[in-house]
Design a protein around this ligand. Structure first.
Ligand code: MLC
Ligand code: AMP
Length: 507
């Protein structure tokens, strides 16, 4: 019986092929993936998960975690991955908003998260990994070992929900982007063809798997191609340099590339056999593109996407990969540049709001019909919040953001969420959060505070916000000022703050 996404992902007939080489020396074949995801799907059913139920998952990167994703697809459940850096209070919001029926977490965090799951009516399971029987006893993975390796997939059509991925918003409240089977499948099929992935590829996988890039772009493309991955627990220069000789391709955020360029062991000899380096999730500086080519003789292929839309554009595989651009709209994606206020389409060469439409675009935000309506035009185009132009050769260039967003090392941070927490701190009258250039993360967070009196204790504030938000969102620097710059309407001039603090991380 048809399960739209699963059938599309596993259309490669050679099940004996390796799917992933793990850092602990284990291998997963495609047959292993079929067996383990079936076992896990059976466990989901035993735990009472019904088609359409949300299964929230916050676990360290592992193949078992990938199998939970596939098991959810097979069981018709909605997969809801969560950044491992989220604190208990952040997890609480996601479980409650999504009304998750099951929450799978890291055994290490189970004690802390037990109450959070219980108060939201979600069953709690710990994932466990197959590598060590002692630590896996009683876990979800352990239950999988005694379940059947065959499972009749739940029938799911193109429009059925496959996943909800939360993205923060300008109001400070995270929104769940609802992604259907077809949103995910159509996009990975296009990318697989465009980037020429085949069963001969070996992808160096060092991205986290709780976001679109590492999960849907990397893993789905790999599965459709019938390719293999070297599945690393996280990005480090050491791991990449050690494993590159066995790989053909890599996907990364710009920080991966700047870190590698800062390492003398990353040479043209090391990269000579590599077929493809792809970058996305944040702007790749044109100078990084140029430096990379000078070092390796390879041109990084930059593409542009977002959680709500999967991938929208890509530089070409064969043609000119133009530095500082994100290439052309993917086949099946309509992209236009519009006047942000009137919605009027603008001619090429003019800066405006980037809007997209296609099978890749999500259906809306979970339980937020009004927010959804605000971000779609009447003719179905989604307003990305990014500002761009289409150049004379048809390449899309992102020139800024209409939304107040910071992208740090590929992670999105909405200032409002941080400001709300800073404003609550003792002695703080008001705050403004901006992103400024950072040599490693591209952009980094600076919090600018106005105190009720003259003795704000920034160290105490940093200590106090530790448990309130994920580490990557916390300001890397707090500055105290007498007053925030404002325009005549009273609005904080963030451009002035960005200019004032633009060199704080490079000095
Ligand atoms: C880690 N830290 C960060 C950070 N990552 N701070 C700000 N921004 C980040 N991205 C914190 C750590 O907690 C640590 O805090 C300190 O900064 C230094 O950490 P590190 O050891 O140097 O970082 P590392 O663990 O190596 O991680 C850096 C990274 C990682 C770049 C490898 O952030 C990463 O994998 N990013 C990829 C994000 C991603 O996949 N984005 C895709 C989104 S999908 P302390 O406690 O030491 O002070 C999307 C759509 C699309 O955007 O188009 O793809
Ligand atoms: P996210 O919500 O985490 O999916 O992040 C999506 C945002 O990342 C987009 O709206 C863009 O602002 C940004 N982004 C993704 N890819 C690129 C890129 N290649 N260049 C510039 N910005 C990008």
């Amino acid at each position: 019986m048809a399960n739209h996404l699963f059938d599309g992902l596993f259309s490669n007939p050679d099940v004996s092929k390796p799917l992933a080489q793990l850092h602990d020396g284990r291998w997963y074949t495609y047959q292993d993936a079929l067996d383990v995801s079936a076992r896990f799907a059976n466990v989901l059913v035993v735990l009472g998960v019904q088609p359409g139920d949300r299964v929230a998952v916050q676990v360290p990167k592992s193949m078992e975690a990938v199998m939970v994703y596939l098991a959810c697809v097979r069981a018709g459940a909605v997969f809801l991955p969560l950044n491992t850096a989220y604190t208990a209070s952040e997890v609480d919001y996601f479980l409650s908003d999504a009304v998750a029926s099951l929450f799978i977490c890291d055994p290490v965090n189970a004690d802390e998260l037990k109450a959070v799951a219980a108060s939201n009516g979600a069953k709690l399971e710990t994932l466990g990994v197959f590598v060590n029987e002692d630590i896996s006893a009683g876990t979800f993975a352990d239950k999988g070992l005694s379940a059947s390796p065959s499972f009749e997939n739940v029938v799911r059509g193109a429009d059925d929900l496959a996943a909800i991925l939360y993205t923060s918003g300008t109001t400070g409240r995270s929104k769940g982007a609802m992604l259907s089977h077809e949103n995910l499948l159509s996009n990975s099929k296009e990318l697989c063809a465009l980037w020429r992935f085949t069963a001969d590829d070996v992808l160096l996988h060092a991205l986290p798997i709780f976001h679109t890039h590492g999960l849907f772009v990397a893993i789905n493309v790999n599965l459709i191609a019938g390719a293999s991955m070297i599945f690393l627990p996280a990005f480090t220069n050491d791991a990449i340099i050690e494993n590159m000789p066995k790989a053909t391709s890599m996907m990364g955020v710009p920080t991966f590339y700047t870190r590698l360029l800062g390492d003398d062991r990353f040479t043209s000899e090391l990269a000579a056999h590599m077929r493809l380096f792809i970058s996305g999730s944040a702007p790749l500086l044109a100078e990084t593109h140029v430096e990379f080519e000078e070092r390796t003789g390879k041109r990084i292929l930059e593409r542009y996407g977002m959680t709500e839309t999967n991938m929208n554009t890509s530089n070409p595989y064969d043609g000119e990969r133009k530095a500082g651009t994100v290439g052309f709209p993917l086949p099946g994606v309509s992209l236009r540049i519009c006047d942000a206020t009137t919605g009027q389409e603008l001619p090429n060469g003019e800066v405006g709001s980037i809007e997209v439409k296609g099978d890749n675009v999500f259906s809306g935000y979970w339980k937020m019909p009004e927010k959804t309506a605000e971000e779609f035009r009447e003719d179905g185009f989604f307003i990305t919040g990014d500002l761009g132009i289409i150049d004379e050769d048809g390449y899309v260039q992102i020139v800024g953001r209409g939304k107040d967003l910071i992208i740090s090392g590929g992670y999105n941070i909405y200032p409002k969420e941080i400001e709300l927490v800073l404003d609550e701190q003792e002695g703080v009258l008001e705050s403004a959060v901006v992103g400024v250039p950072h040599p490693d993360f591209g952009e980094s967070v600076v919090g600018v505070l106005v105190g009720q009196n003259n003795n704000l204790d920034c160290d105490a504030i940093m200590a106090n916000i530790k448990d309130k938000m994920a580490r990557f969102k916390q300001p890397k620097l707090l500055m105290v000022v007498d007053e925030l710059p404002r325009n005549t309407m009273g609005k904080v001039q963030k451009n002035v703050l960005r200019e004032t603090y633009k060199d704080v991380f490079s000095e």
